[in-house]
Design a protein around this ligand. Structure first.
Ligand code: NAD
Length: 439
């Protein structure tokens, strides 16, 4: 379903009219294309206070894009190293660094503030570093022009682990992500031979891949070089085969709730899986008072229980290779809750619990990371069926004033899936344009 309002505000008369009426001003977002894979300008490097990682960070940033100079007009990205801020008084340096330059950021630009994990033992450091979260979330809301702002926490001495994440955040691939806090571990990245095909030689399986977000995830993983297996229910076999054929992928018609699903998945990937994407999901909406037990049970079964069951079985069987990546699908409904979705929101909140709890154990015992995407309003068949006014509200109630596209979720999944993303573990990253819901 086309977003006519976004189209209207991209024209001069439309912009004039909607501005006069005080209506939202979405900017068409520039996403990744083969011809145009990077941001359209240099990166401004800034430091606030004493920095522990600035040299290493500078070396990593130099690989991502040219550095802006005083002569550069509009930087496409601003990276502020705020790891040295350890007191409330030090926060003034964040203001001093960004206040003079924030207006010069190009349309569709990126602000990435680099922090460090808040200390459990030093409450002054913890206050100062946590303050950066409120700062970035507010900046994301006010920055406008399709620009985004994130906080990336890097443990001391682990700047080299941040390359895949900085490449993602400072690129068009993260166009619909804003106001997020991502905390890295100090795990060393697995080597990447070719950043243009980081998944080459890897095998990925995507559930619910016949259409919608899952088909887009499969497509982006294939673009990044993976051998892809697309799984969907047998009733969707025709669509599944078409999607798989288009991507040069294998189709695996299988209901993920089947008792032998994990065995059949393992059999489909005899060399083991490197990437496992739990994307299949259903909704069976009703208010709790009107919800029969079957509607409750089917949503929990598909969205949560089958994810727990297959993940456990595949990990225990050693069917996920070392260096493997598991990506699950939550939702902002699992964070904010939603009218008529007690079952769905419970299942998606359950995914968040699963990811946070399993991630450190999966890394320690199997060398596998576990993360989740939490999509907001994404333009799919599912959201096209939402009544007009609720759909319009869903599209506009975020900092970018528009819905996301399946590819936005897919790009996030592909970043989690990268060999170099070993330090990204236990993260729930919202792909929601910084939705006002559940912030
Ligand atoms: P969709 O309905 O278009 O696609 C879901 C796919 O999963 C379908 O192809 C379906 O056949 C498959 N599937 C369902 N049950 C299955 C089962 N038991 N076994 C195997 N496959 C099964 O949905 P979508 O919008 O592409 O959503 C994909 C995921 O993203 C879901 O987990 C959904 O909850 C989540 N999500 C979507 C949005 C959004 O705005 N579209 C927002 C938040 C979260």
């Amino acid at each position: 379903m086309a977003d006519h309002y976004l189209h209207l505000t991209s024209t001069a008369p439309g912009r004039f009219l909607t501005r006069r009426l005080g209506l939202p001003q979405p900017r068409p977002l520039r996403r990744w294309t083969l011809e145009n894979p990077t941001l359209d300008g240099p990166l401004l490097h800034l430091t606030a206070g004493e920095s522990a990682i600035s040299d290493k960070l500078r070396a990593t940033l130099a690989k991502i894009g040219p550095e802006a100079t005083e002569q550069t007009g509009h930087p496409a990205g601003i990276v502020l190293d705020a790891t040295g801020i350890t007191t409330a008084g030090g926060l003034g340096k964040v203001h001093a660094a960004l206040h003079p330059v924030v207006r010069s950021l190009a349309a569709g630009g990126r602000v990435v503030v680099i922090g460090t994990p808040p200390s459990p033992d030093d409450h002054h450091q913890a206050a100062a570093q946590q303050a950066l979260e409120g700062f970035v979330r507010s900046l994301g809301k006010e920055i406008g022009k399709g620009a985004t702002a994130q906080l990336l926490r890097i443990p001391p001495g682990a700047a080299a682990s941040a390359e895949s994440t900085l490449r993602f955040l400072l690129s068009p691939r993260s166009a619909y992500i804003s106001g997020q806090v991502i905390e890295l571990t100090d795990a060393a990245p697995d080597p990447v031979a070719d950043w243009a095909a980081p998944l080459s030689g890897r095998t990925a399986l995507v559930t619910g891949a016949a259409r919608g977000i899952g088909a887009s995830v499969a497509s982006v993983l294939a673009r990044d070089g993976a051998t892809v297996i697309c799984l969907d229910i047998p009733q969707a076999e025709e669509e599944l085969s078409r999607t798989a054929a288009r991507l040069g992928a294998t189709a695996l018609p299988l209901d993920i709730t089947a008792p032998d699903a994990a065995d059949l998945i393992a059999a489909a990937a005899p060399e083991g899986l490197d990437v496992l994407v739990h994307n299949a999901g259903i909704t069976r909406d009703r208010r709790l008072a009107n919800m029969p037990a079957e509607r409750w049970a089917s949503v929990i079964e598909v969205n949560l229980d089958s994810v727990l069951r297959t993940t456990d079985a595949l990990l225990e069987a050693g069917a996920v290779n070392r260096g493997g990546r598991i990506v699950a699908t939550a939702s902002i409904a699992g964070i904010a809750g939603n009218n008529g979705q007690t079952n769905y929101a419970a299942s998606k909140a359950g995914i968040i619990g699963l990811v946070r709890s399993l991630a450190p154990h999966a890394a320690a015992d199997h060398g596998v990371t576990v993360n989740a995407v939490a999509p907001g309003f994404i333009e799919t068949k599912m959201t096209a069926a939402v009544p007009l006014f609720i759909r319009e509200a869903g599209r506009r109630m975020n900092s970018l004033s528009q819905g996301g596209l399946p590819v936005d979720v897919a790009e996030t999944t592909a970043w989690f899936a990268q060999p170099a993303s070993s330090a990204v573990n236990g993260q729930i990253v919202r792909v929601c344009g910084q939705s006002l819901l559940g912030a």
